[in-house]
Design a protein around this ligand. Structure first.
Ligand SMILES: CC(C)(COP(=O)(O)OP(=O)(O)OC[C@H]1O[C@@H](n2cnc3c(N)ncnc32)[C@H](O)[C@@H]1OP(=O)(O)O)[C@@H](O)C(=O)NCCC(=O)NCCS
Length: 161
């Protein structure tokens, strides 16, 4: 399949509102068989437009993918050896955007000396990470901002240069 060009740039503070919208949409769109509606709502409750700038101030690196009108359609956040967030707007999923954002994050991590990339993934996204070369380590948990703890899966990938 021909892969369309994709613009990716580092996060800017004015991306916050658009990232919050796509992040909330992606969480609420997780399939019913993986997460109940109550779990998704609890997870989405902590999403705020200001949260991304605060994360960057806390040394997270966020790469943002742009759509045709230069609007944010996806982002990937990482710090040290961890992928902390990877979200593609539901309207743009399955267009290789997640894979390319993840590859970019892994390249940056490897260039800074990380040998292994780790992720505590949603159950729904774990097959995507496996397709991208990650191996399943086991069950995880995530305490969502609304107070419910949800099931996750822990994965890792060797990325050393
Ligand atoms: C998981 C997510 C980031 C994938 O992004 P995407 O852009 O849709 O994925 P891609 O198009 O790059 O897919 C890459 C490969 O993974 C596969 N894949 C993607 N999502 C998949 C899924 N849910 N189940 C199985 N395979 C999947 C694709 O078919 C493709 O396979 P290929 O190598 O055979 O072509 C996206 O679905 C998402 O944002 N999900 C909601 C948020 C989330 O759970 N994020 C992870 C939290 S850490």
């Amino acid at each position: 399949m021909a892969i369309p060009p994709m613009v990716v740039r580092p996060f800017r503070p004015d991306d916050g509102p658009a990232l919050a919208v796509l992040h909330r949409r992606a969480i609420l769109a997780l399939p019913d068989q993986d997460y109940s509606r109550a779990e998704r709502k609890s997870w989405a409750r902590g999403i705020s437009a200001g949260g991304y700038a605060a994360a960057v101030a806390d040394e997270e690196l966020i790469q943002v993918a742009l759509g045709g009108s230069a609007e944010p359609i996806a982002y990937c956040a990482h710090r040290d050896d961890s992928i902390l967030g990877l979200c593609v707007d539901p309207d743009w999923q399955r267009h290789v955007i997640g894979r390319r954002l993840l590859q970019r994050a892994e390249s940056m991590m490897a260039a800074s000396g990380c040998e292994v990339a780790r992720v505590n993934s949603s159950v729904s996204a774990a097959p995507f990470f496996v397709r991208c070369g990650y191996r399943l380590l086991g069950d995880g948990r995530h305490l969502t901002p609304g107070g419910l703890t949800v099931a996750t899966l822990r994965l890792e990938k060797f990325i050393a240069l």
